[in-house]
Design a protein around this ligand. Structure first.
Ligand SMILES: CC(C)(COP(=O)(O)OP(=O)(O)OC[C@H]1O[C@@H](n2cnc3c(N)ncnc32)[C@H](O)[C@@H]1OP(=O)(O)O)[C@@H](O)C(=O)NCCC(=O)NCCS
Length: 147
């Protein structure tokens, strides 16, 4: 697969495929909230968010959402189809995000990973991300808990 793998930005019309891939990968997301097709398209139009897909031939096998917050780049919602795992797909998507953030002038790239998610923790550390255990995540929804 490595030879044929290609990562590219996705078009708005392809966002439904992103949701389908998240489902197939078992990635929790918010289809009624910030991951609704409308919210995803609006976010992408706004310019700081990009969606990228990894393709094996014509088949999309992995996706990622990159967010340029202006100071840092964030890697979100990274997911690879179960049958395509351990072939470097996620690593290629992370590399794509890093190149995109570098192009936009960002010097730092980050990700939030749940503490039980060993595959994701293994991936990011292998790609050179330092694990900070001294930071706790606080958040507040202004649009309701499910958003
Ligand atoms: C995490 C995930 C995206 C990794 O995708 P992947 O394409 O299999 O990852 P890669 O093949 O690029 O892995 C690169 C490296 O990451 C590490 N890694 C990946 N999966 C791992 C696992 N299950 N256990 C331990 N380390 C793992 C390894 O170091 C691996 O290199 P190796 O295969 O040479 O040992 C995938 O398991 C997934 O989609 N999980 C469900 C959704 C999810 O949890 N997403 C992350 C949200 S933060």
């Amino acid at each position: 697969m490595e030879q044929t793998l290609r990562v590219r930005l996705l078009e708005t019309e392809e966002l439904a495929l992103v949701q389908a891939l998240w489902r197939a990968a078992g990635l929790p997301f918010h289809p009624e909230g910030r991951d609704s097709l409308e919210a995803m398209a609006a976010e992408a139009r706004e310019g700081r968010t990009f969606y990228a897909g990894a393709f094996d031939e014509d088949r999309m096998v992995g996706v990622v959402l990159g967010t340029d917050e202006g100071r840092k780049g964030w890697i979100n919602r990274l997911a690879v189809l179960p049958e395509a795992r351990r072939h470097g797909v996620a690593a290629a998507l992370v590399a794509f995000c890093e190149a995109e953030f570098a192009r936009r002038g960002r010097g730092l790239v980050c990700a939030l990973v749940e503490d039980w998610n060993d595959p994701s923790l293994g991936l990011f550390q292998r790609e050179g991300y330092a694990l900070r255990k001294d930071i706790l995540y606080l958040r507040k929804s202004l649009k309701g808990e499910e958003w």
